[in-house]
Design a binder for this molecule. Structure first.
Ligand SMILES: Nc1ncnc2c1ncn2[C@@H]1O[C@H](COP(=O)(O)OP(=O)(O)OP(=O)(O)O)[C@@H](O)[C@H]1O
Length: 306
């Protein structure tokens, strides 16, 4: 569906997309992950042709963005990071307005609006003024406005930023409905749990470069570095310094290791030596978030609180 071939982009002297190549199959949900400033929005703006690449080529459904932009735009829905709605109008009037923006023929406008209201689960809110909607509902309407021309490709730039967990689940449901109806979705996020729930493919972007791209399962299998979680107290940590730098976890501390069995022997020996009781000791596999941290030295979640 989409091929990005050796694409680079600079703002002034600063190169923010560096020779990126990737391809996104039709009907897939493609997750773009990276901390603030990784280049996610810039890459999405290149795909949506808001920006043009300095080098390289982007092809969507066989058409080059350089040559056939008008044709591609008909198949493309872009959900920007910022909510872009007229808040003094009702839900329905916003949808009517965006139908006109997207040149939806008036003969099918009502049918399209009804279908979109169902998809975004706002059928009972169509007469509500936008500013009276919750943040999560506004985000769903923001998505709905990009569905009116029935695009094949949807590009969503952090659609759950600033949304509470319940509303986030409702947005996931909308995205899942879109994936089931065979749309291709590109979904950028700081939240790794979203990517794991929704995406068939995940691309880790860091400082404008693709550092890994695969299914979430394959990335986890490839990065088999294991770790051991142990329930020790912070005051006892000094006895374990020779076993590396642990990370605090829900049940105590997690020690990374390429040889977890050996580490378990070392941990138990140290506990015995210092007479430390242990209630919990288990091998753990890293989450996608941990893998990103290992690869970049940067945490997504800390950066992702904005
Ligand atoms: N119009 C612009 N002019 C100059 N620099 C820009 C511009 N837009 C973005 N940048 C810079 O380019 C880099 C990549 O920004 P981009 O917004 O693409 O990252 P991002 O991964 O989407 O980050 P965030 O999660 O914060 O939205 C950042 O260093 C940013 O400051």
């Amino acid at each position: 569906m989409i091929t990005i071939d050796q694409v680079s982009k600079s703002y002034g002297k600063k190169q923010v997309i560096k020779n990126v190549s990737l391809s996104i199959p039709e009907g897939s949900c493609f997750g773009l992950v990276g901390p603030n400033g990784a280049g996610k929005s810039t890459l999405l703006k290149l795909i949506t042709m808001i920006l043009s690449a300095d080098h390289g080529e982007i092809t969507i459904a066989g058409e080059s963005t350089k040559r056939n932009s008008a044709k591609i735009k008909q198949q493309l829905g872009y959900v920007p990071q910022e909510i872009c709605l007229e808040e003094t109008l009702t839900v329905e009037d916003n949808l009517k307005f965006f139908s006109q923006v997207y040149n939806v023929p008036s003969s099918i406008q009502k049918e399209r609006i009804d279908h979109v209201l169902k998809t975004i689960q706002l059928e009972d809110r169509k007469k509500t003024i936008v500013k009276q909607l919750s943040g999560g509902m506004q985000r769903r309407l923001n998505i709905g406005c990009t569905l009116l021309h029935d695009p094949l490709l949807l590009i969503m730039d952090e659609p759950t930023v600033g949304v509470d967990p319940n509303s986030r689940n409702e947005i996931y449901n909308v995205v899942k409905t879109l994936i089931k109806s065979n749309k291709t979705v590109i979904y950028s996020s700081h939240y790794m749990e979203e990517i794991e729930k929704l995406c068939d493919l995940v691309c880790f972007l860091n400082q404008g470069e693709v550092i890994d791209m695969n299914s979430p399962q394959t990335i986890k299998q490839k990065n088999t570095t294991k770790a051991v979680e142990v329930s020790i107290k912070t005051s006892d940590l000094k006895h374990f310094q020779h076993l590396g730098e642990p990370k605090e976890s829900k049940n105590g501390y997690v020690f990374p290791s390429d040889d977890p069995l050996r580490l378990i022997h070392q941990l138990t020996a140290t506990m015995k030596e210092h007479r430390i009781d242990v209630h919990h000791l288990q091998m753990v596999t890293p989450s996608l978030e941990d893998i990103y941290l290992q690869k970049t030295g940067q945490s997504l979640s800390e950066e992702g609180q904005s």
